[in-house]
Structure formats: C-alpha cells, structure tokens
Design a protein around this ligand. Structure first.
Ligand SMILES: [Zn+2]
Length: 286
C-alpha cells in the first residue's frame, strides 16, 4: 500500500517538477546561445538597412558619415578591460585622437574609473548592453532591460545618460531597434570591419583597415585586442598622411548633418549619408 502511494506521489509530482525545471533550462540555453555573438558583415547590414527603407521603417541608425569629408571614427567595442583600456587611452592621448567606446555594462560597473577616464579624455562612451548578449536571441521582454541596465550604469558613473548604442555583433531586428529608440538612443553600426576580434595578425588588421578606410568611415575594432593596440599608431600615421582626421561618433554625426550648399543659390541640402537620422530628431544634433 505504501509502495503504491509512493509511486502515485512520484507519478503525480514528477511531471510538475519537470515542467517547473523546463523554463529554467530553456532560459539557460537561450542565454548561452545569445552570448555567442558573430559580427554581421557590412553587406548583411546594408541589405537589412535597405529592406527597412523599402518597408518605410526609419530607425535612428548611423553607419557612416559624410562621404565628402576626410573624417574617420575609431570605435572600440567590448571594454573596459583593466589591462588594456589604460594602455589604449594612453596611446590615444599620445596620438591626440578622440574615439568612441561601446562598453559592456557589467564591465563598466566593475571598472567605473576606466569609464570616467574615457570621458575625461574627451571620448564618446556608448551602450553595448549590460551582458553583451545577442539581443535577437533573448526574449523580447529582456531586450529593453539589457539596454536600460547598461544605460543606468553609465549614467551613475558619468552623471550623464548615454545616447549612442551598438547591438553586440551588430545583430538587431525590429524589436531591438524600437527598444533602443524608445530608450533615446541612436543605433551606431559601422562601415569598416577589419575583423580584429579574431586576432588575424598585425599585418592583416592593418592592411584591411587601410583598404577599407574612406571618408566618413566608422571603424569597428575592439578594446582588449593586443594586435589592434600594436597596429593603431601605424594606421593613425598612414591615415593622417592621407589627410584624415579622427573624430568621435558624435562629431561625425554632427558633421554629417551640417547643411551645405549643393550649388550657389540652391536650398541647403544634406549630404548623401548612409543613415536614417533626421536633422533635429537626432539627440546629438540640436
Ligand atoms: Zn561586442
């Protein structure tokens, strides 16, 4: 009788226990997959951008600046790192280069002094989510939380809410774009991706960066990659010899939206910029 009772209890409780464990397991798998980000190629990003335009979707996005001006924006993702960021900041200071950092919230919380140093040196600091997850692979309800949590962390450190956002891997969908926009961000993607994250060798990174660089370029590189750190002084010198100036993403956006006369006597027009930003709608362009 006792045996039958025990079997009855187990057979009744086991399905309930499994059902309770299932969401936790699924969630863990989802988050593990979301942590494996792969950078989207420029052609994928451009195709997505064009598909959005065809559907009349105009998010606050920015890929590159004015193709007529010899400006470049270095953007460093995935920091801050206690071993690398101070070296990178020293290098940028020595080279008189202003750059943009897309930082991970949980790392910023661990190293607030590095975020303060980035701001003190005149760089832009943008939001790269709290846990560096692929936002297209987590539940929609969590997307806003990831963006807002990183933003609040940065605001607590710097005293100012960030306004630039880059989704990890450049992977975004409608829900991500709308969540970023709702939180007051401009989503910043890139025009140049030398693939430094895989550490392919100094010569490979440098030649890719030099081959891809063009007017108004937004260059995706990473804080924490030794080869990038070694290549940077040579790349900066080469680009300066070609007449380029390095600016922050804010400066590149402001420049892209500066009206210019198309022809003498014609109304002011905006340059052909691969961006959905509208002058006046852009929080960096008041
Ligand atoms: Zn990243």
């Amino acid at each position: 009788m006792r045996k039958i009772f025990a079997v009855l209890v187990i057979s009744l409780l086991l399905p309930l226990c499994l059902r309770a464990a299932a969401p936790a397991l699924t969630e863990a798998v989802v988050w593990a997959q979301a942590l494996e980000t792969v950078a989207r190629s420029l052609s994928e990003l451009t195709t997505q951008h064009e598909a959005e335009l065809a559907r009349g979707l105009a998010y606050h996005k920015f890929f590159h600046g004015n193709p007529r001006h010899k400006l470049l924006a270095l953007t460093f993702d995935d920091g801050p790192h206690p071993r690398f960021t101070p070296r990178l900041l020293a290098l940028l200071r020595e080279q008189h280069v202003k750059a943009t950092f897309f930082v991970v919230g949980e790392m910023a919380a661990r190293h607030p002094e590095l975020i303060k140093a980035e701001i003190a040196d005149g760089h832009n600091v943008g939001n790269h989510t709290y846990h560096h997850v692929n936002l297209t692979k987590i539940p929609t309800a969590q997307v806003g939380t990831e963006i807002v949590a990183c933003g609040k962390t940065l605001e607590a450190i710097t005293g100012k809410a960030p306004h630039l956002f880059r989704p990890p891997g450049g992977d975004y969908n409608r829900g991500v774009a709308e969540a970023a926009e709702a939180a007051g961000y401009t989503t910043v993607l890139w025009s140049d991706d030398p693939g430094d994250y895989a550490s392919p060798g100094n010569a490979v990174i440098e030649s890719r960066m030099e081959a891809q660089a063009s007017n108004g370029g937004v260059i995706l590189i990473h804080d924490g990659i030794e080869q990038t750190l070694q290549v940077l002084p040579y790349f900066i010198a080469t680009m300066r010899a070609r007449g380029y100036t390095f600016v922050t993403v804010d400066a590149l956006i402001a420049d892209a939206h500066r009206p210019c006369p198309k022809k003498a006597g014609s109304p002011l027009v905006h340059h052909g910029v691969l961006s959905n930003l509208q002058p006046g709608k852009d929080p960096t362009h008041r």
